[in-house]
Design a protein around this ligand. Structure first.
Ligand code: KG4
Ligand code: ZN
Length: 346
């Protein structure tokens, strides 16, 4: 028989954020993230350093979450962890810790797919501050845009996903980070491009939008075109600062967002689905949010945009995924091994 309240301790360690959360059913009681600053120096995530930082961060972040949630380890009914996709060494830290804890507490272990969890963050009913969220109606389409993935997913219910399209080369977040790196901005560059773009003219420079036949994306042509323009400006001794930097950011951001929004609009029309959601780190982007709002009005979509704290990697999304898996009886055994290339809906 199900416990009336299910308390889940969730752990996320797929890339460069170590995060722990405690949920009571579909409510978040605590959600803490330790961001690994060390990668900034290298302009990208260094897998070995990520694993070491997870090792250092995992105990303090779990302790902090448990303490802040007001529950004790004795109350926990399940331990959830990210089992992929992600960096093998990083995933191993979270999964080993979760397995050990589940064994010692004698509670079920629940593996979670990181990309499904980004989408399932929309199912969080209540936040730490007590505020409530609107849960999307099924079926809906989710544009999942992160540093490693760019996908359009058909979501049929809390646990059923169908991949409709995805990027054939760079992810949207990667495109943001790469243009930021070209311009000498810190890593991860997406939030910096967003900040400068708000001061710039998005029509100043134009970049190609790949015309893919199906529901897929491509950002490699855009990235090369951005690099050529940047090199041309340098040859002309143009300083990449002030208005030039702002305009470059605004124009690059416009191109990435237009690529994403045009495609989701096409898929929405083809499948006749007007419930549209976004998820993943890039869903924090102000240009994408604005463009989606305008497009939603035009096509009469019902749009679902996650709270900022659930856009980038966090353990609350792992906890909500696990809650629905718990209800569905989907538990893992101790032999489970991380799958860095885990696909969605598989
Ligand atoms: O979902 P996420 O935290 O990690 C992955 O699963 O990859 O996404 C990280 C990505 C990075 O590429 C970062 O630059 C991008 O999300 N990002 C943004 C913004 N905030 C985060 N990109 C554009 N604008 C933002 N405001
Ligand atoms: Zn992610």
């Amino acid at each position: 028989m199900l416990a009336k309240s299910i308390y889940t301790l969730a752990i996320e360690s797929s890339c460069d954020e170590t995060s722990a959360a405690v949920l009571c059913n579909n409510k978040v009681l605590a959600n803490f993230i330790a961001t690994q600053k060390i990668h900034e120096t290298f302009g990208g995530v260094v897998p070995e350093l990520a694993s070491r930082a997870h090792q250092q961060n995992i105990v303090p972040i779990v302790e902090k979450s448990i303490y802040s949630s007001g529950v004790t380890l004795d109350n926990i009914n399940a331990i959830a962890f990210t089992n992929g996709p992600g960096l093998m060494g990083a995933l191993l830290v979270g999964s080993s810790f979760a397995k050990g804890l589940a064994l010692s507490l004698n509670v079920p272990l629940i593996e979670v797919n990181h990309m499904e969890a980004h989408i399932q963050s929309h199912f969080i009913a209540e936040n730490v501050d007590g505020s409530k969220n609107e849960i999307p109606e099924f079926p809906f389409l989710c544009l999942t845009v992160s540093g490693g993935h760019t996908q359009i997913v058909l979501v049929k219910d809390f646990l059923t996903f169908k991949l409709i399209g995805q990027t054939q080369d760079d992810a949207a977040g990667e495109a943001f980070d790469k243009v930021a790196k070209i311009m000498g901005l810190p890593y991860p560059g997406g939030p910096y491009v967003d900040k400068f773009a708000q001061l710039g003219n998005q029509k100043m420079y134009s970049f190609p939008i790949a015309k893919m036949q199906n529901s897929d994306f491509s950002f490699s042509g855009f990235k090369t075109s951005f690099l050529y323009l940047f090199e041309k400006l340098k040859r002309e001794n143009v300083k990449i600062e002030g208005d030039v930097l702002n305009d470059l950011c605004a124009s690059a951001q416009y191109t990435i967002c237009k690529t994403l929004v045009d495609k989701i609009a096409l898929v929405s029309k083809e499948l006749n689905i007007k419930n549209i959601a976004i998820a993943g780190g890039v869903s924090a982007n102000s240009g994408l949010r604005n463009m989606l709002q305008t497009t939603a009005q035009k096509y009469h979509w019902k749009l679902f945009i996650p709270r900022f704290e659930y856009c980038t990697d966090n353990a609350a999304m792992i906890g909500i995924s696990a809650y629905y898996k718990f209800l569905g009886g989907q538990f893992s055994d101790g032999n489970i091994a991380p799958n860095p290339r885990m696909t969605i809906g598989a």
